[in-house]
Design a protein around this ligand. Structure first.
Ligand SMILES: [Zn+2]
Length: 130
């Protein structure tokens, strides 16, 4: 739930920054060690985003492999089945290069009026009543 909330927060921030009226798709990179279950993330996100600009957005979750660096020979290798042993020299790798991240790579959505966006010299006075 906390993860879905932070995904939503970031997506909303990005959405406002790009002037989106509605967010239709969110792409995420999730490390294999991030302990994210895509289905439950989608479910929680759907509930949390209900009354926001991200309501109905599709979550596209790309999983990132776990990569470690050997402490002895600096070899980079992909960790499978939680075996953190270097395939080159058999030393345990203590440095995790990737696999724990949860990052938002891009969002897609609709801006206000897509037909003549930015071409509106008679502009609205949207910051009138401060
Ligand atoms: Zn090594």
């Amino acid at each position: 739930m906390a993860i879905a909330q932070s995904v939503l927060d970031i997506a909303k921030q990005e959405g406002y920054r790009h002037g989106l009226r509605r967010i239709s798709m969110i792409r995420l990179q999730v490390g294999a060690l991030a302990a994210v279950v895509p289905d439950s993330l989608k479910f929680c996100f759907e509930m949390l985003s209900r009354d926001t600009i991200a309501a109905g957005a599709v979550l596209q979750i790309e999983s990132v492999p776990v990569v470690a660096r050997c402490s002895a020979c600096r070899e980079l290798f992909e960790v499978e089945n939680h075996v953190f042993l270097c395939p080159q020299c058999d030393e345990p790798a203590l440095e995790l290069v990737s696999g724990r991240e949860l990052s938002l790579t891009s969002i897609e959505g609709e801006t206000g009026d897509s037909n003549d966006a930015d071409e509106n010299p008679s502009g609205a006075q949207h910051s009138a009543g401060q």
